[in-house]
Design a binder for this molecule. Structure first.
Ligand code: BDR
Ligand code: CA
Length: 306
């Protein structure tokens, strides 16, 4: 068996973050060596509690490293409309013990990256912690093989016509990461909005009949309901697992090299990911998704969560 690719995930669970964590934890291809949390879908205390619950549910012994309360220069904007008051409405976890890594997320990222050459950093929330880590210890950029993020879009946004949630919540952080010189892989709304948790997906998932599929189905029912009410979408898009699925299954996405720049101006363009094919590229941008491959990777890992 080939060596597993070491990754850490910085996330704000979050329904789609939760499934991303599950897939990363159970996959044969990835070695999830740590998890940190950011404020985004909910406050930092809630996203951290959710990440802790998920890891205990998986029987993992990873301790979550809690991130910052607010973005670098701004106050956090949360998204209870989609993810509920808890940040992960729809599944009742047992009362697990809450025990965290003693370090703040940025320090956990610095230490873990310095100790692991060629690690991949996956972010599925605002990029606050990673940006702080890079600012405080620029040397870590030499060890990061790739930053793989869910965020941005080559087309329209979801929070404003121009901007996607993870980027607009902390545009300054995204700007630092995109200028860091580390190879980037961006999976944005232009592909993730095509990955819909429709009835066929829910029916197939229900048939799997594991703890993982039960978690998936319960979470996705609430997620879909909220997406319908808030965004008027018939089915919810499963954004965040796109990051880890792209690492596990190269057939799931096609990428195009582009130059991506973050708009940090206080205008209607704030948080826009400006993508250009005519400037030197700094980012592989997902431009196409193969849904069959995507869902087969998700289902394969739901099956493993017994
Ligand atoms: C992103 O925003 C969050 O609500 C989701 O978890 C995802 O990371 C989609 O715009
Ligand atoms: Ca997220």
């Amino acid at each position: 068996m080939m060596n597993k690719q070491k990754i850490i995930i910085d996330c704000d669970p979050g329904h789609d973050d939760a499934i991303g964590l599950l897939v990363a934890y159970y996959s044969d291809e990835l070695d999830l060596i740590g998890v940190s949390t950011c404020a985004g879908n909910q406050t930092i205390d809630k996203t951290s509690r959710n990440a802790n619950n998920l890891l205990r549910f998986f029987n993992s012994d990873i301790k979550v490293a809690k991130g910052e309360t607010d973005p670098i220069k701004r106050k956090v904007k949360t998204c209870p409309e989609i993810h509920g008051e808890s940040g992960l409405d729809g599944y009742d976890f047992p009362k697990y013990k809450e025990e965290y890594d003693s370090r703040p997320a940025y320090q956990f990222i610095i230490d873990t990256v310095l100790a692991n050459k060629d690690i991949i950093v996956v972010t599925t929330g605002p990029m606050t912690n990673l940006a702080l880590a890079i600012s405080k210890c620029p040397d870590i950029t030499k060890n990061i093989k790739e930053i793989v993020l869910m965020g941005g879009s080559t087309t329209e946004g979801n929070i404003t016509p121009e901007a996607e949630f993870n980027i607009i919540v902390d545009p300054e952080a995204a700007d630092i990461c995109f200028k860091s010189g580390v190879p980037l892989r961006m999976l944005g709304l232009n592909v993730t909005r095509k990955i819909l948790v429709n009835n066929k997906v829910l029916t197939e998932a229900s048939k799997i009949n594991t703890r993982g599929s039960d978690l998936f189905v319960k979470l996705m029912k609430v997620f879909n309901e909220n997406q319908r009410t808030f965004f008027g979408l018939e089915f919810g898009p499963l954004h965040d697992p796109a990051t880890v699925v792209s690492l596990i299954n190269p057939k799931a996405f096609e990428f195009t090299p582009m130059h991506v720049e973050i708009d940090v101006t206080e205008t209607k363009y704030l948080g826009k990911t400006r993508c250009s094919k005519s400037k030197p590229f700094n980012c592989m941008v997902a431009t196409k998704v193969n849904l069959e491959e995507y869902w087969s990777t998700i289902f394969e890992n739901l099956r493993r969560c017994k």
